[in-house]
Write a protein that binds this ligand. Structure first.
Ligand SMILES: [Mn+2]
Length: 437
């Protein structure tokens, strides 16, 4: 693994929190992700299963976690199953966790080889009643590809049809929404690396630079700090920024245009999410600056509104109201547009058509039950924007913040955002040459 070792106390505590939510006489199983296939015999880099990582810290493929807190045999109450290392694997794929290493990472005493799973599982199924199996229940996910967890659910239900099956995802989602101080520290580290990448762009963006060159600069910074892109980077100059999920990143940045950068790092599987909007030539026009400042005020007001007890839908509505006032001030909306609006399609949506933020953690759009009110320990993005395709630009600004019992804590507070500061930094000293193309 590229990241520094994480104390196993994080995973031990996460398992304890999960076990306390299970019914008496339960067992729970979590599987690793499959290695994503590409074409022919190609594969992508493995993407750790977030739930398995949350509970064990293990990123290795084919790993399984079995929890059975009430098992008669004490040694079977918490078991981690990993692939058995061998000479062939060593030659072709390299290092696999020996038992002591898997123990040290996860804090699980009982580590067994994967081949031992079926017999142990059968024994526990004969003894226990409630079976918690995992599934991807993200409300926005469109799931067409079967996961290892999904295959496991089918196999187990076919073989043991009379057990009481339960959704582990509901329990994990409730837990994962509230981040522990150790998790917040990891997200903070991802935010710090993101900030370093952004500062590098302030020195390299200028007219003529291609969008993909900005991507290359970030990639250098992120990988060099043991991190990677948290999501496909959106590096959108001019009107490209009006396409919300633009990621071709193949156009030149032109003088006079704005460049919208929705780019962030992931460290130790913990994600961050940042958006900044830069003037390519180093100076905002008056109009760009007006819109920029309107979005910045909206970001600050929406951040202040992210407090415990708030419902996501109310936060969204309040934020739309904030942006609506800015749009009135900018003359983009007239009072009569608001008076006549269809309440299901408010006028503000023409210029601000997306959510103001989302939970973030081990996933960028993190799992979570959105009906639950915000609570201390939630980590959210705050990302208002104003999109003006007819004027050929858009401004979005986004920070990653922690909900606390006091004021929200902005984990990106030190990443430049004031228009004056951005201009000053872009115009300081000689520009670092971007890579040749
Ligand atoms: Mn976001």
């Amino acid at each position: 693994m590229r990241h520094e070792a994480i104390p196993s106390t994080l995973f031990i505590e996460n398992r304890a929190r999960l076990k306390s939510r299970l019914l008496p006489g339960s067992l729970a199983v979590v599987n690793a992700n499959d290695i994503p296939p590409t074409n022919a015999d190609g594969t992508r880099m493995p993407i750790p299963n977030s739930d398995l990582f949350y509970l064990t810290g293990i990123e290795q493929e084919e790993t399984m976690l079995l929890l059975a807190p009430d098992a008669h045999d004490e040694k079977l109450r918490e078991v981690l199953f990993v692939r058995e290392p061998n000479a062939h694997l060593k030659t072709w794929e390299g290092h696999k966790h020996p038992k002591d290493e898997a123990q040290a990472i996860s804090g699980i005493k009982e580590v067994k080889w994967l081949t031992e799973f079926p017999a142990i599982f059968h024994r526990l199924m004969c003894e226990l009643e409630h079976v918690y199996l995992n599934s991807n229940e993200h409300h926005r996910a469109v799931i067409e590809v079967e996961t290892r967890d999904a295959r496991f659910v089918q196999q187990v239900r076919a073989k043991y049809p009379l057990h009481d099956y339960r959704r582990l995802a509901r329990e994990l989602q409730a837990l994962r929404l509230v981040k522990s101080p150790a998790e917040i520290a990891l997200i903070r580290r991802a935010c710090g690396i993101t900030g370093q990448g952004f500062r590098r762009l302030l020195r390299t963006v200028r007219p003529g630079v291609m969008e993909y060159q900005a991507e290359a600069e970030l990639s250098h910074e992120f990988i060099g700090h043991r991190a990677q892109f948290a999501y496909n980077p959106i590096i959108a100059s001019g009107a490209n920024a009006c396409t919300l999920h633009y990621n071709q990143n193949d156009q030149p940045c032109r003088a006079g245009e704005l460049l919208l950068l929705d780019v962030a790092a992931c460290y130790a599987n913990y994600q961050s999410d940042l958006t900044r909007t830069l003037p390519v030539g180093g100076r905002f026009t008056e109009r760009q600056r007006q819109v920029y400042d309107a979005v910045l005020r909206s970001l600050r007001a929406a951040t202040r509104a992210a407090v415990p007890g708030k419902l996501h839908k109310d936060w969204q509505q309040e934020s739309e109201k904030i942006v609506e006032e800015e749009l009135l001030r900018l003359g983009l909306l007239k009072p009569r547009d608001i008076q006549r609006q269809d309440p299901d399609k408010p006028a503000v949506k023409k210029y601000f058509m997306h959510g103001v933020g989302h939970p973030i953690g081990l996933d960028v759009h993190d799992v979570g039950l959105l009906k639950q009110p915000f609570a201390a320990g939630w980590v959210l993005t705050v990302e208002p924007g104003i999109y003006l395709p007819e004027e050929g630009f858009a401004v979005r600004l986004e920070n990653t913040v922690v909900v606390t019992d006091g004021a929200p804590v902005d984990l990106m507070a030190d990443i430049p955002i004031e228009a004056d500061e951005i201009e000053a930094l872009m115009n300081r000293g000689p520009k670092k040459a971007p890579p040749r193309r």
